[in-house]
Design a protein around this ligand. Sequence first.
Ligand code: SD4
Length: 292
Amino acid sequence: KKSLPLVIATWNFHNATSKAWETLQSGKSALDAIEQGCMVEEADVKNVTVGKGALPDRDGNVTLDACIMNSKGDCGSVVYLQNITHAISVARKVMEDTPHVMLAGKGAEQFAYEKGFKKENLLTESSKKAWEEWKVKSEYKPIINIENHDTIGMLTVDKNGDICGGCTTSGLAYKMAGRVGDSPIIGAGLFVDNEVGGAVATGLGEEVAKTVGSFLVVELMRQGKTPQEACEEAIKRIVSKPNSNYKDFQVAYIAVNKKGETGSYSIHKNFSMSKVQDGKSENIQSDYFLKE
Ligand code: SD4
């Protein structure tokens, strides 16, 4: 049996997983750890796929998607949220302070102000410049995510074996106005089942949503697969579809089970998972489907 607690996240998000680990160590809840960890990336203007400084949609608007899930099976989500950096915190408030699961757009923003969140301009000068350069050609093409900075999806298992998760993103750069990805959709971008485990996705959200990817990973674990096997099977579901053009997009999953075993798998190479366990932080290169 692997030692608990542990924290994992998509990509090389050492600062975020470390923050989540410290939060757990300070005696706070696993949900606090998820929120605090995800907030690190939301606040980091250098991460152009999450929170402040994110790349905008085609029209120049930064719109955020996020969700959170606790070990009791409660969840909260915001979609198409503008002008608020910490979408993950608003998602948590939706979960805890409303009878609903999901709030969208203006309603989500209004709710955030009522809860005391500050209005902020999320479009930084450098993201604005990138968008203006993109506009010259306006080529609409999802890009394979090979860099080590991207959507953050995070899972924790606390010392009692209870599991929580979160996911926060600006989605695809230069997406159509109004586009919502997988990340705020419970079961697609994130799923936690405290009897079994949790999973989160990153990459081209449309492909994740079409296969209800994170729920699939968790159900496969319920049927006896390891987290690694479950992630592989969920990726195979996507690439084995008739007419799948998987060579042109990336999807990746990370997963954890109740014992603290973890797994990750992607279509293309260069995906990695951050992990903190026993106080040791590491970045683990993920195995992948498309071998040269
Ligand atoms: C989306 N899955 O909106 C997100 C984006 C992402 O790596 O994960 N990028 O489709």
